[in-house]
Design a protein around this ligand. Sequence first.
Ligand code: SAH
Length: 242
Amino acid sequence: METNLFPNLSIVLVETSHPGNVGAAARAMKNMGVTEMTLVKPKDFPSEKAKARAVSAADVLENARVLDSVEEAIADCHLVIGTSARDRRIPWLMLDPKGCGAKVVAEQAVGHKVAILFGREDRGLSNEELQQCHFHVNIPTGEAYSSLNLSMAVQVICYELLQAKQGPVTDQRWDMDYASAGDMEHLYKHLEETMIQVGFHDPETPRQLLSRVRRLFNRIRPDQMEINILRGFLTAVNRLSK
Ligand code: SAH
């Protein structure tokens, strides 16, 4: 099975101080099919702590490039994106995490190399580093605390990359055909007759009852088996109420 779904994408962690975060970031990446990690001047690397936190993503750490500068890390990239917890002084082109996923997938489709930069645990990316980026990405947060743990920020961004690549699950598998419009009309008629039969519904003062029942079932989109169950139940009620 292919483990690297993003062969031209590098996740660049700049001057990390906690090896545990590097390991957790490696795991977050591999979980989402992203495997190219670049470390710029990591404080403590290689590290047993990082390896322990990476668990089955130790290969991401073993294959990580370790470099001395952001310039080197992005030199051959066509698109550079910087992540930031804060609004910076000069407004920059911004992406949200979903938009970042879509942008990266679109650029990769035409063969572009992409780097996504993540900053230091205590100070983030410097203004100089952020100004080397085409776009900034901010992960929306609650107002009281906007700074995520580094590896968690990596997780959110990589999750959106994979979502953009694979698309959301739109065709929900189901074991029955949905009821047809004709089936539904039979059910509505049966329901109406039964409601009248048991004295729940007075056809002289209809109100919105039947419209609401239709809206309820349209929201649910029942399948054929569910309709059969309801029709069977109504038939039993009809028999009792004779
Ligand atoms: N105190 C730093 C935050 C560092 S958090 C600051 O204010 O910039 C470490 C890194 O995690 C950040 O540099 C960024 O890469 C990422 N990160 C944390 N929270 C984020 C958020 N809300 N949006 C985008 N990236 C975030």
